[in-house]
Design a protein around this ligand. Structure first.
Ligand SMILES: C[S@@+](CC[C@H](N)C(=O)[O-])C[C@H]1O[C@@H](n2cnc3c(N)ncnc32)[C@H](O)[C@@H]1O
Length: 421
């Protein structure tokens, strides 16, 4: 019998749709969609076509994991219409997928969609439990998964602990946050509660959103004696959506490394990372005026991606014909920029060229020109997958302004000599 216990904001629905007789439910309005060649029905579920890139990245990572481990059991904790589960089965060749959504009205739809994966129905199961309850149940049964995908709303971090308990060691956690208001620094008390980070408004807020999510997961993992390694992180402006694919590893993280505070000086525009033992001595290297330093943290300050894992994802995307041969330009560009960003020499954050222009009091040169000049001067520098007119670099804002002025003056001189000639 279906029993529904409402315990705001969580719905507990102890129903295994596949093994119990399905209740008579009202049918969702049919809405047929196609993604990577799969035709499926989204009905009245929450479905965003724009999240296809996030699903593509998840499937690529799952397939790389399966190739490396020769096993892939997936728990899709908030599956909506089940499109991710369908793709994990059909494309990543998952051995088993447990597709869960708290809403029992989606049951028939999810089952019908998974039926199109072209695999035997012993390889998937549909459940309608609160994600935390399901994850905890699997942990208590010692039924661990290789990949747990939690496609949650807002900054709900309540499932972090239960997801970590039910993923295998070296397994993958695909996490989501859609709370751009909080990562923008407008609710520091809220981010402190959700991810243990006091976040203030910073010029690279959308990268802070990823670092807040990874840092929160790292803190949670350390409670259990584990740590997490980001394999890739991805920001999408629709939503906005912050996603991170993390690998759970044994052993606590040395917190001095890559987990600390970040400061931005409104006076000179420089950013610094501040280690825990320097908390009482925060100052900018410029003669900062009182109150010019904005500090957020603790956050993940290390690389957003792991180069070797992303390279495997790119190779697979090429093999599958998703990129290369003039196809999949957007995906190709995204993966290439992510690989460039994974350079361990690159610090957190990015510098917007508009801010460089404003501080230099002149029009900025083109992004590629500035990147070339930074590389020539021996700095690490790359584009950012998050902001189009911005660079990631270990060159300070002050030196970026100096360099931009030099480039502009050289360009102006060249133009004048051309006109005179
Ligand atoms: C963002 S949507 C999922 C979209 C889907 N993963 C996709 O890629 O199209 C989130 C889903 O989580 C479900 N949900 C919300 N709270 C939940 C909870 N506590 N446990 C399980 N499912 C939940 C909602 O019914 C909704 O379908």
């Amino acid at each position: 019998m279906l029993s529904l216990q409402l315990k705001s904001p969580i719905i507990f629905i102890p129903l295994n749709f596949k093994t119990l007789n399905p209740p008579k439910i009202k049918c969702c309005k049919s809405e047929v969609q196609t993604e990577r060649g799969h035709t499926f029905d989204t009905g009245g579920t929450f479905f965003r076509h724009e999240s296809a890139t996030g699903r593509d990245l998840g499937v690529l990572a799952a397939a790389v994991y399966k190739k490396d481990h020769n096993a892939l059991r997936v728990l899709d904790a908030m599956c909506g219409c089940g499109i991710r589960s369908l793709r994990y089965l059909a494309e990543a060749d998952a051995d088993f997928v447990l597709a869960n959504d708290a809403n029992p009205d989606y049951g028939e739809l999810i089952s019908a969609n998974l039926g199109k994966a072209g695999v035997g129905n012993e390889r998937w199961e549909v459940k309608h439990l609160d994600a935390n309850r399901l994850l905890t149940e699997r942990y208590l049964e010692r039924d661990y998964f290789d990949l747990i995908d939690v496609d949650s709303f807002g900054s709900d971090s309540s499932f972090l602990r239960s997801a970590m308990c039910s993923v295998k060691l070296d397994g993958l956690l695909y996490l989501t946050c859609t709370d751009g208001y909080s990562s923008g620094g407008h609710r520091p008390q809220h981010t402190l509660a959700a991810y243990g980070a006091y976040v203030k408004p910073m010029p690279y807020a959308n990268e802070i959103g990823l670092r807040m999510l990874i840092g929160g997961a790292l803190r949670e993992a350390s409670v259990l004696g584990y740590h997490v390694v980001p394999l890739f992180s991805c920001y999408s402006y629709h939503g906005p959506v912050f996603r991170a694919m993390l690998q759970l590893r044994r052993g606590k993280f040395p917190f001095k490394r890559h987990y600390g505070f970040i400061s931005y000086c409104t006076q000179c525009g420089n950013s610094q990372s501040i280690s825990w033992d320097k908390l009482g001595q925060m100052r900018c290297t410029c003669d900062d005026i009182p109150g010019s330093l904005v500090v957020s943290g603790p956050l993940w300050t290390g690389p957003l991606h792991k180069t070797s894992f992303l390279t495997e994802m790119v190779n697979l995307a090429e093999k599958w014909g998703w990129i290369g041969n003039g196809t999949g330009k957007r995906m190709e560009t995204l993966l290439k920029v992510m690989i460039d960003e994974s350079d361990p020499l690159l610090p957190f954050g990015y510098i917007k060229l508009d801010e460089v222009s404003r501080r230099a009091k002149m029009n900025s040169s083109r992004l590629d020109t500035i990147l070339n000049a930074l590389h020539k001067e021996g700095y690490a520098a790359s584009k950012s997958h998050i902001a189009t007119n911005a660079i990631k670099t270990n060159c300070s804002m002050v030196d970026c302004v100096r360099l931009a002025k030099g480039l502009r003056e050289a360009a102006d001189e060249m133009m004048h000599s051309c006109i005179e000639a």
